[in-house]
Each structure stands twice: as structure tokens, then as C-alpha cells.
Design a protein around this ligand. Sequence first.
Ligand code: SDX
Length: 431
Amino acid sequence: MADKTSVVFEDGDKRLTLPVKKGSIGPDVIDVRKLYNETGYFTFDPGFTSTASCESEITYIDGDKGELLYRGYSIDDLAINADFMEVSYLLLNGELPTVGEKEKFVSNITYHTMLHEQLAFFFRGFRRDAHPMAVMCGVVGAMSAFYHDSTDIMDPRQRVIASHRLIAKMPTIAAMAYKYSIGQPFMYPRNDLSYSENFLYMTFGVPCEQYQVSPTVARALDRIFTLHADHEQNASTSTVRLAGSSGANPFACVAAGVACLWGPAHGGANEAALNMLQEIGRPERIPEYIERAKSKDDPFRLMGFGHRVYKNYDPRAKVMQETASSVLSELGVDNDPLFQVARELERIALSDEYFIEKKLYPNVDFYSGIILKAIGFPTTMFTALFALARTVGWVAQWNEMITDPAYKIGRPRQLYTGQPRRPFVAMDQRG
Ligand code: SDX
């Protein structure tokens, strides 16, 4: 395949030459856009396991090597050497910011962190025990009704403002969802705090006393945001792109991404993984759960294991594991039984033939929940934090799609296996 520029499709007397498009790295693709018109065939690929939906310059994953690049920079380098605002600028603009560019970007984000005051009323319509992701879906979608001056997707200036508003306001919305669930007053953002410090302040601060943000915790949270920022055309990013392809406004598109991310097979896995570790409870119960995960008759899966693309260790999980150790020891909970169970579960699973053969490794969600629980977040907030971090990826991908010359509404076809055309049956003829 090294230097192929085309492939030939033959079917009886039909012969079609299909171009091969080359990427800068990674697999080449066969451009099948003419296939149906020239041959009458659709391709069939439920779950898009072998289908490239777009061209992108933003993120690249090598699933076999366990490599993740944001605009060409390795996730390990970025997680250790950059902060989330630098990474956000990189994902949006394609280059790491200079000192001046970062200062301006951070200022733009900081001055968009407050929500329109009337949006606070939306929270009061939810039950106090509503899942934070239900609140995020509702309030992010409702932003479409408040920021009319940044919903014209064909105006580049409005796209920039909408992008900044979404990145800036997701922490405020997530923190408000948490405060509402525990009956505490909302905390307004503070412009003297960094992005991650501000989120911790709005979540755990109260009006009655000063709240001292732990630099270690803020750094760990900032790193978690970086690790979750983008990940090629995953389910929720594909949802945002598909919604955006119809011309829907960015707030509606990101609300659709939040809804998709909620699923336990996707962003909901961090909450499910921690609940699983709590259910296992102690190392001696691990074999029972490993057997259940292997059984075809049991729908149970090891949450936090396996990945559509990574058939090696998820590089984010490695950084997350190191971060977990430092945060837990900083918080004096490094003998957390959940962390012990997680380490032992990982050790056993990685030596088990089933997991080796199916290349099931820990993914980004396996350790994140342990850190977030240690910081003090309830499990129901874990996916909301994932959505907070992934917003910059969704917005970067959405902008890339809108400015792609090949931009058009997404409209997959199908293999129809239902009833052929048949005559109507009157009510008295049925049954
Ligand atoms: C995220 O796409 C992304 O990039 C997502 C993400 C991102 O940053 O956006 O990385 C974030 O969603 C991470 C994944 C979080 N989900 C989980 O941890 C949930 C548990 N994992 C599985 O549900 C599963 O691994 C998926 C959904 C993640 C991937 O599923 P695939 O690629 O569709 O593979 P599959 O379900 O067809 O599984 C292949 C085989 C199956 O066995 P067979 O049918 O071939 O016999 O592996 C088995 C599965 O039964 N398997 C598992 C397993 N995951 C897959 N068996 C036990 N435990 C598991 N966790």
C-alpha cells in the first residue's frame, strides 16, 4: 500500500478506479464518494470501525503504539510541560501560543466565565437529585437562547466568540450543577484564578469563608482536563460534527455532544469504573469479576478497560496513573483501598489470556475516577468534568468542519432489510 494512488473496484463488466488519499501519518484512505453513483453499491460499516468521516489536522491516535498527538505534540509532553489553556489554544489554532498569545487567550476565556444571570433559573427547574449530565445537556442547549450574537456559524468572528464562551462557561455550568445538587449557593467565577483553580473554587468554595485552592490538586485537575481535551472522531465528537453539519448553532451542537458523552460505553465509563471498583470492594473479589467480564452470557464488562482504537495501553491512562499516585499521597489517601483494588485489577487483567488476546488495556477512564473521588467530586460529576474538558476538542473539530471546503450535511445511507412495498390492509382485514 506504500505508494498506491488508487485502487480498482471490479464487478463483472463494471470497473471503477477509486483514488487513495494519503494522510501525513497513519492509514491512507480509499475515497469511495463516487462508488454509489458509479456502481450502485453503498459501503457497509456499522460503528464506523473502518471508515474515515473527515479529514482532520487536530488529533492523531496510533492505537497499536498507544500514541496520542494533539497537533503533532505527544500527550505525554503536553500533560507534563503545558497547561490546559496552552493546550486549548493549540487545539483551536494549530500552534502552541507565545507568551503574548497565551495571555490574550486566557484573558478572553476568563472574561467569558460568567453565565447570563437568567440561565441560573434553569437549574431550579431540575430536581436536586438530577444527574449533572442531565443539567449540562439542558443548560448548554439553553445557551442558544441567550447568546444570539454568536450563533451565525458562517461569521468567523461569531465562531470565535461562541468557542470562547463554551470553553469558558462549561466549568461555571458544571460547578453550578454540583452546587444545585447539594443545596449550596452558586459561586460566581473569580478572574484572579486560573481556569482549573476557578473551577475548584466555584465547586468547593462557599460564601461564608475563604477557599484555599491546593496547587497540587489544581495542577492535577488541569492535567486531567488536558488528557480529556480531544480524541479524533470519537462518538461525541462525531455527534457534534454531525449536528454542526446541518448548520445548527454551536451551543446546540455541544449540547448534543454532552448527551452522547453521557453513555457508559463512552464518557460515562469513568463513573461506571469507579462504581465497579466500589462494588468489587477488595482484591480477593477481583477473579469473580474477571470471569464475569469474560462470560458471553454476562453483559458485565470491566469498565475502564478496552477501546475502539487503542489496542495497546491508553497513553492517557499511564499519565493518569502517575497523577493518581501524586494526588493521593498529597491528600494523604495513598492507601485508598479503591486505588489498591484498581492496581490489582489492572495487574490481573493484563496477565489474563482473554484480555491479552482481545488487547483490552486500561483506558483514560480507569484511573480518572480515583483521582476525582480523592479530590472530593461525587461519581455523578465525573462525566460532567469529562464534558468540561472535551468541550475544547468539540469546538476545535466543529470549527475545522465548518471551514472544510468539503463541508456538507452528513447523511449516512443504510442496508434496508425491512418489508418490500406491500398494499395497505384495512382494519377489518387484519389479525
Ligand atoms: C472512551 O472513542 C474514543 O476515543 C473514546 C474515548 C475518548 O477519549 O473520546 O477514548 C473515551 O469512551 C473510552 C472508553 C470508555 N468505555 C469503557 O471503558 C467501557 C468498557 N469498554 C467497552 O465497552 C469497549 O471496550 C468499548 C466500547 C470501549 C470499545 O468497544 P469496541 O471497540 O466496539 O469493541 P467490542 O465492544 O466489539 O469488544 C471487542 C471484544 C468483545 O468480545 P467479542 O464479542 O469479540 O467476543 O472485546 C470484548 C467484547 O466483549 N470487550 C470487553 C471489554 N471491552 C471489550 N470484555 C470485557 N470488558 C471490557 N471492558
